[in-house]
Design a binder for this molecule. Structure first.
Ligand SMILES: Cc1ncc(COP(=O)(O)O)c(C=O)c1O
Length: 390
């Protein structure tokens, strides 16, 4: 495959090596711990370069390497390392660049287990976190300290959907020698290529759109140049790896990412626009709509949108909102998005630097691959039942 191949082509061919597997298209699921080296000479040779050879199950197999190759190709990275969950990828990426006495900046809309990592783990080991307003823009510089080593971003936030100017954050950060790590799960490395905006490490909760069928957990870190060594070393120290079946499923999911994402995008836009016209709705937080905070950065930097967006009701009646949620038949009540099915989830976020006043009257949708007419009918019925209850 040519290096400048288009995304759709990369998604089909990257990481595919039938020549290594008797011509069979997909890599086998290698279940491995021990690797036999045959001779001491060979053992020494392989172990000298454990990242490019197969030396131990935890350090990679042809199955995990195939998945990593596909992700690296999509993210435009020199190297991707896969592990068991998105949260593992988040912790590995942050831990790669900090030590006791350091200070980090984390966007206030970060995925809440990321906040737990900062407040309940990093804090214990002497790394201080300051949360910043994701709409702060260039003023992020005012938060820099002598010991600030890392900015952690997530854009859009996966519950409240603020979009940040990532290019300007990396520019300002790098002038002060600060690394930028981004949770790029919403953009999927498909609608947004974080490394093109000079992000140091792009994280995917591959559990979402890469796996794509709600049946496996996976996470990836992708990086280039000088960032490869510290992250590779840290993943090795932590002992993170990906299970063979999960690597297989994540790679298989990626083969259809292109068509799935486009359908998620189309369905979600249709539903978001329909919701905008409903009397019950105060605001739809969809990055592709002008009403979404930071929309201009989505418009400038992203090449599309996916199935995940938020909604704020006009009513503050929690019981009525629960009736709406419970009445939906096609939207399952659940958190882990990116599968084929539609989901709904009450929004419940923690904020310290900014305020979010809608924990009691907002929800998040993940619009799946069902027929959007059926989804709209389902929503219509739920609104009717909600209205009757008020
Ligand atoms: C934006 C985002 N990042 C990271 C994660 C964590 O991924 P995982 O559940 O694979 O640990 C999630 C999971 O919901 C998420 O939504």
């Amino acid at each position: 495959m040519k290096k400048d191949a288009k995304r759709a082509t990369k998604l089909i061919h990257a990481g595919s090596h039938p020549e290594n597997h008797s011509g069979i298209i997909n890599p086998p699921v290698y279940r491995a711990s021990t690797v036999n080296y045959n001779t001491v000479k060979n053992m020494k040779r392989l172990r000298q370069n454990p990242n490019d050879n197969f030396v131990y199950g935890r350090l990679g197999t042809p199955t995990s390497k195939a998945f990593e190759e596909a992700v690296a190709s999509l993210e435009g990275a020199d190297k991707t390392i896969a592990m068991g969950s998105g949260l593992a990828a988040i912790s590995a990426a942050i831990l790669s660049f900090v030590r006791a006495g350091d200070h980090i900046l984390v966007c206030d809309n970060a995925y809440s287990p990321t906040r737990n990592l900062c407040d309940q783990f990093l804090d214990r080991f002497g790394v201080e976190t300051t949360y910043y307003d994701p709409l702060l823009g260039n003023k992020i510089k005012d938060y820099f300290r002598e010991n600030t080593k890392l900015i952690y971003t997530e854009s859009p936030g996966s519950h409240t959907f603020e979009i940040q100017d990532i290019g300007s954050i990396t520019e300002i950060a790098h002038k002060s020698g600060i690394k930028v790590v981004m949770d790029n799960t919403w953009g999927a490395g498909y609608f947004f290529r974080a490394l093109d905006y000079n992000v140091d490490v792009s994280i995917q909760a591959a559990t979402k759109y890469y796996v794509g069928h709600s049946d496996a957990m996976a996470g990836t870190v992708s990086m280039s140049g000088e960032n490869i060594k510290p992250v590779t070393d840290m993943v090795g120290i932590l002992g993170y790896n990906i299970a063979p079946d999960d690597a297989y499923l994540a790679l298989r999911g990626m083969r259809t990412l292109n068509v799935r994402l486009k359908k998620h995008e189309k369905n979600a836009l249709r539903i978001a626009e329909w919701l905008v016209g409903r009397d019950e709705v105060d605001k739809v937080l969809h990055p592709a709509l002008e009403s979404c905070p930071g929309h201009k950065f989505w418009k400038r930097d992203f090449s599309g949108s996916n199935g995940l967006f938020g909604l704020i009701f006009k009513t503050e009646n929690a019981n009525a909102i629960n009736i709406f949620i419970d009445s939906l038949e096609l939207f399952g009540l659940g958190g882990s998005w990116g599968g084929c099915e539609s989901l709904v989830l009450p929004t419940n976020v923690t904020r310290t630097e900014t305020s979010w006043k809608h924990n009691h009257n907002s929800i998040r949708f993940h619009v799946g691959l069902e027929d959007p007419d059926d989804l709209i009918n389902d929503l219509k019925c739920a609104f009717e039942l909600m209205n009757k209850s008020i």
